[in-house]
Design a protein around this ligand. Sequence first.
Ligand code: ADP
Length: 190
Amino acid sequence: MRLVFIGPPGAGKGTQCKKLLELLQIPHLSTGEMLRTVKKQDSALSRWIASYIDAGKLAPDHLVMRIVAQRLQADDCKNGALFDGFPRTIIQAQLLDDYLAEQNLKLDMALELQVVEEELIQRLLKRAQIDGRVDDNYETIRERLHVFKTQTAPLTEYYAAQGKLETVDGMQSAEQVFDAIRVCVEKHLE
Ligand code: ADP
């Protein structure tokens, strides 16, 4: 199964991803992680990527697609993938659809995790204290939420139009959220 996981920062995507990966046994393609890996290197590209991540802005669509496409060529991605944090713009969604279509593949489902904004800010500030990610400060959090609302949230309509969207309420316990996700996944597995 190929599925796109959409949710604002702090929605609990990380926790649910882990559970989903165990259930589906497919590779985890997190563009946030991929970009942070490149960022750690010492190169012009890494400094360029850092300038986006550290400001809470999105990295350029074609660059992100190139990194994802490279990963998708690996053997373990033949039977499926969980796209986490990607696509983040309509353009990325179109680039991904085009890329998959070229290989006679397609996405099966887009999963949206919904959480209200005040709760997201609280959760992200708490996370900042625990793991000290540089982009988990108040200013960057606000920027990332704004970017999500304006650039990523419209993806739900894009996937709804394809009949692939499932929305889950992320304001429940992690177990309840996962139960709801499992029901959605089963619907699209056939
Ligand atoms: P979060 O969901 O908490 O914002 P991520 O780890 O998914 O965290 O992303 C961190 C940062 O990496 C983003 O704020 C952005 O700068 C960059 N990034 C990740 N995925 C993408 C993407 N698909 N397109 C553009 N930029 C991305």
